[in-house]
Design a protein around this ligand. Structure first.
Ligand code: SAM
Ligand code: SF4
Length: 343
C-alpha cells in the first residue's frame, strides 16, 4: 500500500459543499466511522465468543487516512460523525482520532458509541477531545443479567461512567438497550423510570439479524411496536424528528426529564429516513448496514491531492444506495456481526 504522507491541511483544495444524495433523493448528513473491529465484550447478540482476529484483515485506518476521509465527507455536506466499532475506545490513539475529526471544517458534531468500560475514567478527556454526544450501551440494569449478556460483570463501572459523562458536560447522552425477548424485555418499566429523573435519552434497539446470529435472532427478536404501545399507554408522546436524527422514533413525557427512542429496523418504511453512511475501520465504504461488503476508498486516502477524486467516488457510489435492506427476506448481506462494520 502507498505510504501515508505527512500533510499540511492548508494545502488542501477548497471544494464547495455539495449535498450528498442517493438515487431516490435521500440526503446524507451523518457518517458512522468504525475505528476498529476489536472488542473486549462478548455481547450475546454480537460477539458471543469474543472478538477473533480475521486472517488477512487489513490494518485499521491511520489518523491521517481518517482525517482525509472525513474531510471528503464534510465537503459533501456531512456534518455529524459517530466514532464507533467494535469498541472504539480500545484504540490507543482514540483521543487523537477524536481531536482530528472534530477539527475538520464543516464537522459540527462528533459523537461516539461505547460499551462504557473506560468511561468513568476518560469521560472528561473525550469531551475535551471534541466529542459532544455519547451513546452508551446498557442492555440491563440488573448486574447479574448485564454480566450474562456482555460477559463482563461491569454494570457498576458503566453506571459510574454515565455519571462521569453527565459531569463532563456531554451535550447529548443516550443509552442503548438491545431489546431481547425473554432476556431483558421485562425491564421496560425500570429502564423507563431510570430516565424519568435524568436528562438522558434511552434507545431500545430491536435485535438485528446478522450472518453470525441467526439462531439468537430467531429466539430473541421481539418487535419494537410492543414497546411503542406500552409507552403510549403510559402517556409518552411521539416527538418531532430533530435535524440529523436517524430512523429512531422518539417519545417524551410531560413528567419525564429524559426521552425514550425505538429503533425498529424491521418496521415498515424504516429505510425511507435512512440518513447514514458508514466507513469501516479498513477503509471500506458501506452504503447499508446489511449490504454486500462495501467499496474500498483506501487507495484514495493516501495523499491530500486525491481529495477531488475521493469526493467524486463517494458521490458516485452513494447514488447506487439501495432503497432498503433485505432483512425481511432473511438476507442480512455480508455483515457477520455489527462489530465488524460499526453498528
Ligand atoms: N462496542 C460499542 C457498543 O457496544 O456500544 C460500539 C459498537 S456496537 C456494534 C454499537 C451498537 O450496536 C451497540 O449499542 C450494540 O448494542 C448494537 N448492536 C450490536 N449488535 C447488534 C444487533 N445484532 N442488533 C441490534 N443492535 C446491535
Ligand atoms: Fe462489543 Fe459493542 Fe458488540 Fe457488545 S455490542 S460485543 S460491546 S461491539
Amino acid at each position: 500500500m502507498t505510504q501515508v504522507r505527512d500533510r499540511d491541511v492548508l494545502t488542501l483544495p477548497r471544494v464547495p459543499v455539495i449535498p450528498l444524495t442517493d438515487g431516490i433523493g435521500r440526503r446524507f448528513e451523518y457518517l458512522r466511522l468504525s475505528l476498529t473491529d476489536v472488542c473486549n465484550f462478548r455481547c450475546s447478540y454480537c460477539l458471543p465468543d469474543g472478538y477473533r482476529k480475521q486472517c488477512g484483515k487489513p490494518q485499521e485506518l491511520s489518523v491521517a487516512e481518517i482525517e482525509r476521509a472525513v474531510r471528503a465527507f464534510a465537503s459533501l455536506g456531512l456534518w455529524k460523525v459517530r466514532l464507533t466499532g467494535g469498541e472504539p475506545t480500545i484504540r490507543p490513539d482514540f483521543e487523537e482520532v477524536a481531536r482530528a475529526v472534530s477539527s475538520v471544517p464543516g464537522i459540527r458534531q462528533v459523537a461516539m458509541t461505547t460499551n462504557g468500560y473506560r468511561l468513568a475514567e476518560r469521560a472528561s478527556v473525550w469531551r475535551d477531545a471534541g466529542v459532544s454526544a455519547i451513546n452508551i450501551s446498557v442492555d440491563s440494569l440488573d448486574p447479574a443479567r448485564f454480566a450474562e449478556i456482555t460477559g463482563h460483570d461491569r454494570l457498576a463501572e458503566v453506571m459510574a461512567g454515565i455519571d462521569a459523562a453527565q459531569a463532563a458536560g456531554f451535550e447529548r447522552i443516550k443509552l442503548n438497550a438491545v431489546l431481547m425477548g425473554g432476556v431483558n424485555d421485562d425491564e421496560l418499566d425500570s429502564m423507563t423510570s431510570f430516565v424519568v429523573e435524568r436528562d438522558l435519552s434511552l434507545r431500545f434497539i430491536e435485535v438485528m439479524r446478522t450472518n453470525d446470529n441467526a439462531e439468537f435472532f430467531a429466539a430473541r427478536h421481539v418487535p419494537g411496536i410492543g414497546v411503542v404501545q406500552r409507552l403510549e399507554a403510559a402517556g409518552w408522546q411521539r416527538l418531532p424528528r430533530a435535524p440529523g436524527s436517524g430512523p429512531a422514533v422518539e417519545f417524551g413525557h410531560a413528567r419525564a426529564r429524559g426521552r425514550i427512542g425505538i429503533i425498529a429496523p424491521y418496521a415498515k418504511d424504516f429505510c425511507a429516513s435512512c440518513n447514514r453512511l458508514r466507513l469501516g475501520s479498513d477503509g471500506k465504504f458501506h452504503l447499508c448496514l446489511f449490504g454486500d461488503g462495501g467499496f474500498d476508498l483506501r487507495d484514495l486516502l493516501q495523499a491530500d491531492h486525491q481529495h477531488d477524486e475521493l469526493i467524486s467516488r463517494i458521490a458516485g457510489l452513494t447514488m447506487g444506495k439501495t432503497p432498503g435492506h433485505r432483512l425481511h427476506h432473511g438476507d442480512s448481506g455480508a455483515t457477520p456481526h455489527l462489530a465488524s462494520i460499526g453498528g
